[in-house]
Design a protein around this ligand. Structure first.
Ligand SMILES: C[S@@+](CC[C@H](N)C(=O)[O-])C[C@H]1O[C@@H](n2cnc3c(N)ncnc32)[C@H](O)[C@@H]1O
Length: 264
């Protein structure tokens, strides 16, 4: 058994936070969101992921009178929020954007980038950051339960390094607790199954990249992930779950957060 297959007793593997630093984040957009999403995982950022993010980011007309609350978990470089905000520049609705991550480097980079766009919105948008490991099993005290209109988790789950059965499931539960009753969880994650991989040499590249990111860089933790198990986790926390697979990417939209263990 390799050390990788022999996780610590709590099912946690070394955190991915050391991988994301000023250097790796400087080429993240071009390499990960550009090259890898298109050529390796066959789920292009520009034509699939960004339009999905934008669809749920923009507040609907009937909420105009109040502040729209968005929580982005796994902030990365802030690409999705910054790009989606640009398309909201004409809106006159106030927005509060919360970024959650277990890594200070990504939080700082994402915040700076998003604040560059927020500056153009004047008082209408604010950004706050929360340093938090989603595998901790609880929600940060500074965030209210039932506060958010939308929670986004783009490219987060394949980075969660846990083998604990409740690990990833608990993250869906966290999102359900943080969302309003009419709120939506939207996200995507890379599936490692061969059925989602291209054939021939392209498939070999996929398997090599999975091996590299899981075993060498240790920035992925998705070797045991399956669509069925992730879907089961979503259904345990939400009434309505939609799942679609594009290339190797599982896209999910979940509504109707279940108030598990909450009376009344
Ligand atoms: C692959 S990046 C995705 C960034 C962005 N959402 C995107 O799609 O470009 C994964 C992000 O999740 C964060 N992350 C990884 N494990 C985490 C954990 N256990 N708790 C909170 N954030 C985590 C990483 O620091 C990183 O910012």
């Amino acid at each position: 058994m390799t050390p990788h297959e022999n996780p610590p007793p709590n099912g946690r593997k070394p955190p991915t936070s050391t991988y994301y630093n000023a250097f790796t984040l400087s080429y993240y957009d071009i390499h990960v969101l550009g090259h890898n999403m298109t050529r390796i995982w066959r789920c292009p950022t520009k034509s699939v992921q960004l339009p999905l993010f934008q669809k749920y980011f923009s507040p609907p007309e009937h909420t105009k009178a109040r502040c729209w609350e968005h929580l982005d978990v796994g902030a990365g470089t802030g690409f999705f929020v910054a790009e989606a905000l640009k398309s909201c520049l004409g809106n006159r609705q106030s927005m509060r954007i919360t970024l959650m991550d277990n890594n200070l480097s990504t939080l700082k980079k994402a915040r700076r980038r998003i604040e560059g766009v927020v500056g153009r919105l004047g008082e209408l948008a604010t950004v706050e950051t929360v340093l938090h490991d989603v595998l901790d099993g609880d929600i940060p005290k500074s965030l209210g339960e039932g506060r958010y209109d939308v929670v986004t988790m783009f490219n987060l789950f394949h980075c969660l390094r846990t083998t604990a059965p409740e690990g990833k499931k608990g993250v869906f539960g966290m999102a359900a607790r943080l969302l309003r009753g009419d709120g939506v969880l939207v996200g995507c994650t890379i599936l490692p199954g061969r059925e989602y991989q291209a054939r021939g040499l392209a498939g070999v590249r996929v398997r090599y990249t999975l091996w590299l990111y899981n075993r060498v860089y240790k920035v992925f933790g998705n070797e045991g992930d399956t669509r069925a198990q992730l879907e089961e986790g979503l259904k345990a926390a939400f009434e309505e779950v939609e799942v679609e697979v594009v290339g190797s990417m599982m896209i999910f939209v979940a509504r109707g957060p279940k108030r598990l263990g909450v009376e009344g």
